[in-house]
Design a protein around this ligand. Structure first.
Ligand code: MN
Length: 128
């Protein structure tokens, strides 16, 4: 069965692009537009990977990641942050929240798919 990827993203354009790339590559995709829905879906469906936008309405993606990583039912799911901020300090903040990696926006098709495949591989959730 194709691996399942949960995309938590409030921007419709970014969501559409991520879903299109993932589905084209054969992944099953779950979508959430905010942190609360994302956490609920992660708990219900146990996806193989979560792609987490950092800037979300209400609870942000870093707090959502902290919650997933504090929950024994979801802590082993790799979480990759989607972030428009490539500035110094941002990566440290993302790692500190428990994210296993990040993908810079705007999304680059090949880098995006490579990171998804890498994180879904055995041991892919291990922070580096
Ligand atoms: Mn956003």
């Amino acid at each position: 069965m194709a691996p399942t990827v949960l995309v938590v993203e409030d921007n419709p354009t970014n969501m559409k692009l991520a879903v299109m790339i993932l589905e084209h590559a054969g992944y099953r995709v779950l979508r959430a537009e905010d942190a609360a829905d994302g956490i609920a879906l992660a708990r219900e469906q146990t996806p193989g990977l979560v792609l987490m936008d950092i800037q979300l309405p209400g609870m942000d993606g870093l707090d959502a990641t902290r919650i997933l990583k504090a929950d024994s039912s979801t802590r082993d799911i790799p979480v990759v942050a989607l972030t428009a901020f490539a500035m110094t300090g941002e990566e440290a903040r993302i790692r500190a929240a428990g994210c296993d990696g990040y993908i810079a926006k705007p999304i680059d098709y090949h880098l995006f798919l490579a990171e998804v495949a890498r994180r879904l591989a055995p041991g892919g959730g291990t922070p580096q």
